[in-house]
Design a protein around this ligand. Structure first.
Ligand code: RUQ
Ligand code: CUA
Ligand code: CA
Length: 641
């Protein structure tokens, strides 16, 4: 590593003159940048402490042409109902994976295959046009991501989507029965009883809004009877395995590394329907679910079902779970409307942020397990730290070196604090300085996550912060502002702000992992589709009454049929296989006036079904620039009157 810049008189004088005007954080940032400047600005250099700001020193966020980012970020796409893929540290958005809402680029919601995943109304159109994704998490093995799947929630319609991380596509969506406001989501990291299953087999989902069970019009005016459910979805089949009826509500979700516990924070212990009543109690709770016991109770038939759902629902209410030795759920008290529950990478603690309380509550998992085994009388003794960190704490990330980073919504800051020192302070050592650093962010941060933060491989390099307000950080574009995702270097003692990234609202949560965790495929396998048209010679128009199948292939710069003819009123299913095998050789199929457009990747097959209700000539053209003769790449659909 070069330290040339240390001797640069010009630089130090600029540095000095600026020092009077900048706060301490920025000052240290500048110094760090100077000390650790790497001439190459190579990716990964940031891990050795590089930071932006020093003259002549490339920022780690500047990835040069031809170079690749070192991390993937999976971002929730918010109202767009998709998942976004970013490269980090550059912050460049590389891809959007549509899930819950139609997508015009790839034809999600247009093709039969995507509609089968999304679900359709009786008229064949996608079930929903709106979504609200918040949280995205990926599958685990041995405490680290294994690159198989990611999951994302849809809060509006209580649906969970799975993304395959080989093709980066959504392959399954499941509706959670009897749940409204499905919010928190987290995969398990191991099986609670089978040590051989040291990988994700379940995904837990928190239901936020209480509703009558079933929600069929009865008890609508009896809010005291409304209930929330905590759900477990099978990671492979995506079926809902079981649900737990609780008192109060669920918000965010976290899981332990040993697979024994899942947790949700709860802000509405009051079971209230109005916000002022939701804040009436001084303490709410963090609920711990004993996964093995719940699954045993289901096996033993100790459950109910509600409405048309056959999913077993076990009793997780306070009254039904007073005896620790048989309890399925433990309610640890946490101050005033907490938000966020996060598992520390050492596997020892869950941390709840206080939101309306300026504190974070650290709960030791081994003590919760002691309580379940009858070895500890008072459940709240599992709280090993409850310390002040600032105003409006929401979410916490980790660097793998014992420090936690919590967003302070009201203070517009991130506070870095040391977990063991907070525990010492809580125990009575008032000299324990647990707050290590603070940094201003812009503005009102919600979610936060660090590279590999929620794994045993937390590496403490980059921290991303999802700021809910961007105000003056970007060129004005009218009243609707983008959100501001900020990137912070956390490799040193002091946090250093590296970059602002505008994002379309409202992204909420994200995860960041090393790029070698996934091995994305570049080309599909023809056998992935049972209806693939494997040879151009198999193309043609096949009629069965008024049902017509058009089989088509693409190979730059031509479709296998120069034209095809159908009759007005025919129900046409068009199957298109892209026979090109070359990486990045994607074609599109755009059919004017028929509301059909989709892309077709190398060796991929897609189909659409439509009624040929308009007679005439329709030039179906390739919509993805694929070849010098791309504009000439067309086929003619003739619809005879
Ligand atoms: S929530 S800003 Cu939907 Cu993730 Cu906390
Ligand atoms: Cu094929 Cu453009
Ligand atoms: Ca409350």
């Amino acid at each position: 590593m070069s330290d040339d810049h240390k001797e640069d008189p010009g630089l130090s004088s600029t540095g000095l003159s600026r020092r009077k005007f900048i706060n301490t954080t920025a000052l240290v940032g500048l110094t760090l940048g100077v000390a650790a400047c790497d001439k190459t600005g190579a990716p990964g250099a940031a891990g050795e402490g590089t930071a932006a700001g020093a003259e002549g020193c490339a920022s780690p966020t500047e990835i040069k042409p031809g170079e690749l980012d070192t991390y993937y970020g999976l971002w929730s796409g918010g109202h767009n109902g998709d998942m976004r893929v970013l490269g980090l540290p550059s912050g460049r958005e590389i891809h959007r994976i549509p899930c819950f809402v139609p997508d015009a680029l790839v034809g999600w919601g247009i093709t039969n295959e995507s509609k089968a995943v999304m679900g359709t109304k009786p008229d064949g159109t996608p079930l929903y046009q709106v979504a609200d994704t918040h949280h995205t998490h990926a599958s685990y093995k041995d405490g680290n991501y294994d690159g198989r799947y990611a999951w994302i929630n849809d809060k509006i319609n209580s649906r969970i989507a799975r993304i395959r991380l080989d093709y980066f596509v959504c392959d399954k969506i499941t509706d959670l029965p009897n749940v409204q406001g499905f919010h928190g989501i987290f995969p398990d990291k191991a099986d609670p009883v089978d040590p051989n299953k040291n990988y994700t087999t379940r995904v837990f989902c928190g239901g936020e809004f209480a509703i009558p069970l079933p929600n069929d019009g009865h008890d609508v005016n009896a809010p005291e009877k409304y209930r929330s459910l905590f759900s477990c979805v099978d990671a492979e089949s995506m079926e809902v395995r079981w649900q737990v009826l609780i008192d109060g509500n669920c918000d965010l979700v976290a899981t332990s590394y040993d697979g024994k516990l899942a947790a949700t924070n709860q802000y509405n212990t009051e079971n209230a329907v109005h916000y002022e009543d939701m804040m009436s109690a001084e303490r709410d709770a963090c609920l711990f679910f004993n996964v093995a016991r719940i699954e045993q109770a289901v096996k033993d038939g100790k459950f109910k079902t509600y409405g048309t759902s056959s999913v077993p629902v076990v009793d997780g209410t306070r009254d039904g779970n007073k005896d620790p030795k048989t309890a399925l759920v433990a309610y640890v008290s946490v101050p005033k409307n907490p938000h966020g529950v996060n598992a520390s990478p050492d596997g020892k603690y869950f941390i709840c942020a206080g939101k309306l309380s300026p504190t974070t509550t650290t709960i030791e998992l081994s003590k919760v397990l002691d309580w379940f085994e009858g070895k500890m009388d008072k459940l709240d003794d599992a709280i090993v730290a409850e310390v002040e960190v600032g105003l409006g704490p929401l979410h916490t990330a980790f660097d793998g070196r014992g420090n936690a980073y919590t967003t302070l919504f009201l203070d517009s800051q991130v506070v870095k604090w040391n977990i063991e020192k907070a525990i010492a302070f809580h125990k009575g050592d008032k000299s324990a300085k647990y707050v290590v650093d603070r940094i201003d962010v812009h503005y009102q941060p919600g979610h936060i996550n660090a590279s590999q933060s929620e794994t045993k491989a937390a590496d403490g390099k980059y921290l991303a912060v999802g700021c809910k307000f961007s105000k003056d950080r970007f060129l004005p574009v009218g009243p609707l502002h983008p959100e501001n995702e900020q990137l912070i270097d956390i490799s040193g003692d002091k946090m250093v702000l590296l970059a602002d990234h505008p994002v379309r609202g409202e992204p909420h949560d994200f995860i960041i992992f090393k790029r070698d965790i996934v091995t994305p495929k570049q080309v599909y396998n023809l056998d992935d589709s049972p209806i693939a048209v494997k040879d151009a010679k198999d193309s043609g128009v096949f009629r069965d009454g008024n049902k017509v199948t058009v089989k088509l292939t693409s190979q730059a710069p031509a479709f296998s049929l120069r034209e095809f003819t159908v009759k007005k009123g025919d129900v046409v299913t068009l199957i298109l296989t892209n026979l090109d095998k070359v990486e990045d050789l994607t074609h599109g199929f755009a059919l004017p006036k028929y509301n059909i457009q989709f892309v077709i990747n190398p060796q991929e097959t897609k189909s659409v079904t439509f009624v040929a209700d308009k007679p005439g000539v329709f030039w179906a053209y390739c919509s993805t620039f694929c070849h010098a003769l791309h504009l000439e790449m067309r086929t003619r659909m003739i619809v005879e009157a």
